[in-house]
Design a protein around this ligand. Structure first.
Ligand SMILES: [Zn+2]
Length: 409
């Protein structure tokens, strides 16, 4: 099945989303389980090298703060999503960039190792059509994305290699500005994309990668929208009209995103949903804990396990000593329903930031995502609309980016 972007736009986006989704499987009586559910921002790869942690075992957020593993994906009906190659922003120096490059390449290898080690449970996905086939085989769908292009350093040709590895979505920026442009949570420095950021946007588009404007400043969003031939995505963002935070986006921009065929995938990151007053003591305690993990790679496995145990205990103590106000499931759903009311079910989806700070009271890990479906069914959304919401929209954007790529010479 091939559909040109023009055909998709001409026929209406709901139709295309339905075509990209799997046919209903009669063996799955439950509506949520029947849908192909994708989350477009999973920070789960960060768990893969945790000492003693096994993706194939069920875990508990209260114990180790993780939110996704294979048993919980199955229980929650999460078929897969975009597994993020995330790199924290470091110094814009040759040494900083080299360390980030190595970390990102290792992270990409770790994702492939996961899939290679469990070929009956996971499969790498590269194009939109892979999703239905992999889900029909009863496996979890592993698309890959980059969160923070900082590891590309001074030589963006490294993006070609990440594309060959299977990376299909590129988020340029994280909490701080970098060599490619301005962050939503930093002071403007480039007025959007830097000259090198514009080159990166052009290269990513030529490769057929989805441009992801989550974490980027509003101006970066505008410039990505201008530059991209294909629709773009906000892989994990919320609505500024519901909660005013620079990481959330205003209604006008959501409408422009939708008008171009894009999608906003709603985030469940606490401090983008609710006002968390600053607490220097808590920050200090967290920073001290972070220091403990600084030299993990130089330790023996036994030492690493001991450090990680102490860190998990420390996190629990911080939660008890310096409790943070926590958003509720209803607050999360306010962002979902606001976006749905604004642009309809063909331009909204889910990017919960699991294992990266996501989760709200009442939706602590992926086992709780059927509650989203339940709520939307109550609000009158049909199975076709839910199929678009849970996966079809993200796959449509992926397909459009791929079709708009520059054909190989
Ligand atoms: Zn993020």
């Amino acid at each position: 099945m091939t559909l040109s972007r023009r055909t998709i736009l001409a026929n209406g986006l709901a139709g295309s989303a339905a075509l990209l989704a799997a046919p209903p499987v009669s063996a799955k009586p439950n509506l949520h389980q029947r849908l192909i559910c994708l989350d477009t921002h999973l920070d789960t790869p960060a768990s893969l090298t945790r000492p003693g942690w096994d993706m194939m075992q069920g875990h508990n957020r209260a114990e180790d703060f993780t939110q996704v593993d294979y048993p919980r994906m199955v229980e929650g009906g999460l078929d897969g999503g975009f597994f993020a190659i995330y790199t924290p922003q470091g110094p814009l120096t040759p040494e900083g960039m080299a360390a980030a490059r190595d970390a990102a390449l290792l992270r990409a290898m770790e994702i492939r190792e996961l899939v290679a080690a469990h070929p009956r449970q996971f499969e790498l996905a590269f194009v939109a059509e892979d999703a239905a086939r992999i889900a029909a085989a009863g496996k979890r769908i592993v698309y890959q994305s980059i969160e923070n292009a900082y590891p590309l350093g001074e030589d963006i040709s490294l993006l070609n290699f990440f594309h060959k590895l299977g990376v299909r979505m590129l988020g340029f920026i994280h909490f701080k500005n970098n060599q490619f442009g301005d962050s939503a949570t930093d002071k403007p420095e480039w007025n959007g994309l830097s000259p090198r950021g514009r080159e990166l946007a052009a290269l990513a588009s030529d490769l057929g990668m989805v441009l992801d404007a989550s974490h980027a400043s509003d101006l970066v969003f505008d410039q990505m929208m201008e530059m991209s031939r294909a629709p773009i995505m906000l892989s994990h963002s919320g609505c500024r009209a519901v909660f005013d935070h620079p990481r959330n986006i205003d209604d006008d921009r959501i409408k422009k995103l939708a008008a171009k065929g894009g999608t906003i995938q709603i985030n469940s990151y606490n401090s983008y949903l609710i006002n968390v007053p600053p607490n220097p003591e808590r920050d200090k305690a967290r920073a001290a804990l972070g220091q403990k993990m600084r030299n993990l790679s130089t330790l023996t496995p036994a030492q690493r396990t001991a450090v990680m145990r102490a860190v998990a205990q420390g996190r629990k103590e911080i939660e008890t000593s310096y409790p943070e106000p926590r958003a509720t499931f209803d607050m999360y759903m306010q962002h979902v329903t606001h976006a749905l009311d604004l642009v309809g079910p063909d331009h909204v989806g889910v990017g919960c930031d699991w294992d990266g700070g996501g989760g709200v009271t009442g939706m602590e890990d992926v086992t709780a995502i059927p509650k989203i479906t339940e709520r939307l069914v109550k609000l009158g959304y049909s199975e076709t609309q839910l199929s678009a919401f849970w996966g079809g929209n993200a796959l449509r954007v992926l397909k459009a980016a791929h079709e708009a790529r520059k054909p190989a010479a």
